[in-house]
Design a protein around this ligand. Sequence first.
Ligand code: XMP
Length: 515
Amino acid sequence: MIVILDFGSQYSELIARRIRETQVYSEVLSYRTTAEKLRQLNPKGIILSGGPNSVYDNRAPQCDPDIWELGIPVLGVCYGMQLMVKQLGGQVEKAVRGEYGKASLRIDDPTDLLTNVEDGSIMWMSHGDSCTRLPEGFSILAHTENTLCAAIADHEKKLFGVQFHPEVVHSVDGIALIRNFVYHICECEPTWTTEAFVDETIREIRAKVRDKRVLLALSGGVDSSTLAFLLHQAIGDNLTCMFIDQGFMRKGEPERLMDIFDKQFHIPVEYVNARDRFLKQLEGVIDPEKKRRLIGHEFIQVFEEESKRLGPFDYLAQGTLYPDVIESADTNIDPKTGERVAVKIKSHHNVGGLPKDLRFKLVEPLRKLFKDEVRKVGRSIGLPEEIVRRHPFPGPGLAIRIIGEVTSERLNILRDADFVVRDEIGKQGMYHDFWQAFAVLLPIRSVGVMGDQRTYAHPIVLRLISSEDGMTADWSKVPYDLLETISNRIVNEVKGVNRVVYDITSKPPGTIEWE
Ligand code: XMP
């Protein structure tokens, strides 16, 4: 294992993912982790991340200085390197000229860390401070035009530092450098593979759950579906999957979900038709956050009733992923038992938690994984590609894509329009060109003319989005022909719609959803 000590860099998770891409397990821990704790964890290497501070700030985060004496190889990245320099007696100062963006790396010592990194290779820099005097025992491995100490090493103690960010894609040989550190300097073996994860996780689930019963709320997304497949392989019929149909899914999706799980893969699913209940809750409600709250609350009600009806259960399976664990480290521990307990249901992470008296023990087999690793696991245990690569879909579903009140008539209009969008991009082989692609129904009407008839009906907004992670997004520059076909089809095929508009707002300033 490689441990990444996080000093607040936006790239700490990315470093962890890059390490895992070399098939070596990695974890992100707080910079406060003590040397003693690290000694117990016994990682093969430690990486100190970048961070927003200057090492000479009064309140700059420090690491335990005993880390340098552990005998474990360390790689400091940006702030991590500067901290290493400062704590070991060198000097860091505000640079005459900071360096931001691409820089050409000139190699002075092509051994260990920089093996196979080309002289002149482009690396991504982002720093205002520079190392101006090296600690004893260190030498320079590489420089750039503006930075004398771009990469440094104490070869004997296996302490390394790079001023640039090898983890970002713009750093061309960054991955070669990471591989050198992981394989040659830390001597890790590439054992973190999907197959090994699946085998080990199934063993762990069996050991933990034994003959007890587990409940899983299936949503049809990749996380809960992968979870269902894994648990079913591990404990068979002791798993109960429950699918609560709120009535806000896309056309044909509930049926397809039941088809895939029940018929194709023989994983029984308890289908709960709660459509009327949810619709009733939303009567007259316009405010988006109120919609979310009510849907979340109703979901918990139904969940509670149905789990009582189907139960009792010993465990609740939850699709917690590694980024949730990093963010919420140690917050959800039951003080009595020391076990992690459910305080929220993942598919409704934004809408409140489970009531206090409903405290299941948890199984969270995906809690070590990043999203892309979940997809790999899903694929390797036979999850169909249509689920593995499904676009993200919000927990409250179509209800937050109907601006204004949600009624069954409006749900039907949006569901039909949304179907056309998906059908058409599917036919044109463009489904995977988008992060998300959907329709939004507006609560206004506009005048149109069809045949000789005046119409007065709703507009539909098309939202076709490209994004890496949903945090920022851009509207997709699709061919006009595609927009034209979708527009024609919606107006012709969906009763109640006479106009289609295309949303050309990026995020920020817009959000992906309209509510
Ligand atoms: P926004 O609209 O905030 O969306 O740009 C970012 C991503 O989050 C999804 N989203 C939600 N997911 N419950 C969810 O589970 C919600 O209430 C919710 N709102 C937005 C959205 O689809 C996009 O992928």
